[in-house]
Design a protein around this ligand. Structure first.
Ligand code: ZN
Length: 105
């Protein structure tokens, strides 16, 4: 189980041209260590006409951002934070905000 950012979290970009932008995590790509954040890093994609896009043209969608460029925004203290793990038992662990020490999950 990963203790990183998860789908549905709020994350803020800490570096790059999108720095300071904040949004809901809509997807996590573990294999590439990247996340998609709603409204952040919008890229324009040229689509050829297809069954889904009958007209073709340009669509806008979120581009993936490397995990190291974003931080979780703690839902408890509302600050960008790192996550630490707290073991409830040998098997079970939860995410804890390093700033306010509250359990995030
Ligand atoms: Zn917190």
């Amino acid at each position: 189980m990963s203790l990183g950012i998860k789908k549905g979290d709020t994350a803020i970009v800490i570096t790059g041209k999108e720095k300071g932008k904040k949004g809901r995590v809509i997807s996590v790509i573990p294999s590439k260590e990247r996340v998609l954040i709603e409204g952040v890093n919008i890229i324009k994609k040229h689509m050829k006409p297809s069954r889904k896009y009958t007209q073709g043209g340009i669509i806008e969608k979120e581009g993936p951002i490397h995990k190291s460029n974003v931080m979780l925004v703690c839902p408890k203290c509302n600050k960008p934070t790192r996550i630490s793990a707290k073991f409830l038992s040998d098997e079970e662990k939860v995410r804890v905000c390093k700033k306010c020490k509250e359990v995030i999950d």
